[in-house]
Design a protein. Structure first.
Length: 215
């Protein structure tokens, strides 16, 4: 290796985040940052990619990268197999954290809160707009379960394709959406000399409280 891990560093100088530029509501700031990420980030970076952290029934953490599929005043939505590892973890402990990282903007957003299932109608609506391959894949994959090999997965897909040939597949009962209802949202803007800007919004009885955190 030409560089050791200790030598790998980058100075952040692109922008700053001060209280006068931050609205009273965190969703407004997230929306602004997300639109800027869409405009600036280039493939293979996906602006809606985020790390989702969950905790299982034994209190052990798990994380993976997912794609955010919806944002509104109620929270942040994503979709998965209810019987997957993450689905079982959310059943055992209905709280989670998300992290978005947009390197071109030198920004990170951390979100923590409770998680609830979307209504059947909301999950149905999203399922209908997915590509057909993804819709069939939701039926074919026993997500997070051990399978013998790739051939088993392809066999299951072939059976599903035959089952729904010429028809419009409905949403599998074991697949649907979740909403993370935010209780805390932290906005991180990289700054020089590791003196980063960090503003955190915490949900209180009378609205959102905003504080600055030391980097």
């Amino acid at each position: 290796m030409s560089h050791t891990l200790a030598d790998m560093r980058r100075d952040y100088t692109r922008d700053g985040l001060v209280e006068t530029d931050a609205p009273d509501e965190p969703m407004a700031l997230f929306g602004r940052w997300f639109e800027q990420a869409i405009a600036v980030e280039q493939p293979p970076v996906e602006p809606n990619a985020m790390t989702l952290a969950t905790v299982d029934g034994r209190g052990r953490p798990h994380c993976r990268v997912l794609l955010l599929k919806g944002i509104d005043e109620r929270g942040f939505t994503f979709f998965t197999n209810y019987e997957s590892a993450k689905g079982e973890q959310l059943e055992a402990c209905p709280f989670a954290a998300m992290t978005f990282f947009w390197p071109a903007l030198e920004r990170q957003v951390r979100i923590e809160g409770s998680v609830e299932r979307l209504s059947d109608s909301e999950s149905d609506a999203y399922y209908r707009v997915r590509p057909m391959g993804s819709r069939l894949g939701a039926w074919a994959s026993p997500q997070s379960r051990v399978i013998a090999d790739r051939a088993e997965l392809e066999r299951r897909l072939s059976e599903i394709e035959q089952r729904f040939a010429g028809s419009d597949p409905s949403r599998p009962p074991h697949w649907g959406g979740y909403r993370l209802v935010p209780e805390a949202i932290e906005f991180w803007q990289g700054r020089s000399s590791r003196l980063h800007d960090r503003l955190v919004y915490r949900c209180a009885e009378d609205g959102w409280r905003r504080d600055r955190l030391a980097p």
